[in-house]
Design a protein around this ligand. Structure first.
Ligand SMILES: [Zn+2]
Length: 501
């Protein structure tokens, strides 16, 4: 008996090891996101209180009224400012528009929600089925993620805990938020972060919010589950909260992948729960388990009429939509052959991106415009810690300078000196070029200098005659050196050609 038992045991062990060795399971990560974005509309969602973006500027409870603090008999009225921003955002997210929609009540009790419920949308949301396209892997690959819903809701106030006391600040109560829920279309941390960056640019480019993660203007809950590759069934998901940077989101996803994989490999189950992320310790912890889940008793909001949108209203908002960073990237990549060194800085800020596109429209070659913006202009803005609207020169002046360089009338290092004068002395490039570069010689003087150079460089002259055009630029360089960079290279080149014959 004992022997048989032992044998059985050994067999079981062997089987187990073989199974693991031959069929090491390959787990695929499946992610979907729930994102909250604060809108920058002028007013709160249902009252005319200011929708302040930076709450640090306010004293506690300075910006409240009877509506946003849920006083009895105070009724909400949907504010047009907020509605306009909202409509613009879901147009930018390519959402399907339901012209007839409703608000719903989500009931829960918490002191920072004085009204006892949140006004949101569940049963008949205004917009569904959106889509956001973006690039992954350093702009090498396109990816598209479907949006399930992007609805408007009112934010809660804020509870400040201090030792055994808690303080309530309702400045934030009922400010407009958009909740965006995606389909489980993400397969990596990189995809999640690139999507969030694109979303941030959509929000900023269309001026509907700042979407700054660190200021909690954009909050992201990441739902993660694993499945065996090629198998449809998903394992239980866990939801991760409390991440306020892209790098923290990446770290949290990777940590969660390893945690769930370890559980599954040990034959255990993943609990359905909400987990918080501690970015100092790089670990996650249980916040709420499935058993603690609340019943929100959703029902249609009786104090607000159904929302009915007209075609004219929607069309009006469409006019203000801005070309997306994705479309820009696609164009820079495919038409201009740019790589990430140019694309990343050019799509990060709308003003910079538009500046670049205007230069191209005005005849500056894309490569020249990008090189000037990325290597010179942005560096200058960065060093001075200013934005484009604070610079001392006009767009026309910048374009003039680039044009001069592009046409070969001044060389790259001359142009850089002109730029230096423009930003330090506030002179126009035309003034600087006139004063600094061209007054040194008249045509006769230039001709005698060039004749001398041609004599000294007989080989280069032979090369030009033999059709080696690089030699011309070598000679132009000699002219510039001899005149201490005070001549017009285009003119010098022309004269060299004439004299060589
Ligand atoms: Zn109010």
């Amino acid at each position: 008996m004992i022997e048989i038992k032992g044998l059985f045991f050994i067999n079981k062990n062997i089987n187990f090891k073989l199974l693991n060795k031959n069929m090491a399971k390959d787990y695929e990560i499946v992610i979907w996101l729930e994102i909250h974005i604060k809108l920058n509309s002028k007013t709160k969602l249902f009252c005319s209180c200011d929708n302040v973006q930076n709450f640090d500027e306010l004293k506690p409870n300075e910006n409240i009224c009877s509506v946003c603090t849920g006083q009895p008999w105070a009724l909400p009225v949907l504010q047009e400012w907020a509605l306009k921003k909202w409509v613009k955002l879901w147009l930018a997210l390519n959402c399907k528009i339901n012209k007839f929609s409703n608000f719903d009540r989500k009931s829960y009790f918490y002191p920072d929600l004085p009204i006892g419920y949140q006004i949101t949308q569940l049963f008949h949301p205004t917009n569904t089925d959106g889509r956001v396209s973006f690039f992954v892997d350093n702009y090498k690959e396109e990816k598209s993620v479907k949006i399930l819903q992007a609805h408007m809701e009112a934010d809660a106030g804020k509870t400040i805990h201090e030792w055994w006391k808690a303080y309530l600040d309702y400045n934030r109560a009922a400010t407009p938020l958009v909740e965006i829920v995606t389909y489980p279309d993400f397969r990596s941390d990189d995809e999640v972060v690139e999507f969030l960056k694109e979303l941030q640019r959509i929000v900023r480019f269309n001026w509907v919010g700042d979407a700054d993660l660190e200021k909690w203007q954009m909050r992201c809950d990441v739902n993660i589950s694993l499945r065996e590759r090629w198998v449809e069934t998903l394992w239980t998901r866990a939801e991760l909260k409390n991440m306020n940077s892209f790098s923290a989101i990446k770290r949290a996803i990777n940590h969660e992948y390893k945690r769930q994989k370890k559980l599954l490999e040990a034959g255990k189950e993943v609990d359905q729960e909400t987990r918080g992320w501690n970015d100092d310790k790089w670990t996650s912890y249980t916040m709420r388990s499935k058993e603690d889940a609340l019943d929100y008793r959703y029902f249609p909001e009786p104090d607000l009429p159904p929302l009915e949108l007209t075609d004219e209203f929607i069309e009006e908002q469409k006019k203000w939509l801005v070309k997306s960073a994705f479309e820009r990237t696609k164009q820079y990549k495919e038409e201009y052959n740019f790589s990430k060194e140019y694309i990343t800085p050019l799509i990060w800020d709308l003003a910079i991106s538009d500046y670049f596109e205007n230069l191209v429209k005005d005849g500056i070659k894309p490569k020249n415009a990008a090189r000037w913006i990325v290597n010179t202009l942005l560096r200058y803005l960065n060093d001075e810690n200013i934005s484009l609207e604070d610079v001392k020169f006009s767009y026309e002046d910048f374009k003039f300078l680039l044009k001069k360089e592009q046409d070969g009338e001044i060389l790259w290092n001359q142009a850089k000196d002109v730029f230096k004068e423009m930003i330090t002395n506030g002179k126009t490039p035309a003034e600087v070029i006139e004063e600094k570069w061209y007054k040194a010689q008249d045509d006769g003087e230039l001709e005698s200098i060039i004749s001398e150079i041609l004599k000294e460089n007989a080989q280069a002259v032979e090369d030009i005659k033999a059709g080696k055009m690089n030699a011309i630029w070598f000679l132009v360089g000699q002219v510039m050196k001899k005149t201490q960079w005070k001549s017009n290279p285009a003119k010098a080149k022309e004269m060299i050609m004439k004299l060589v014959g």
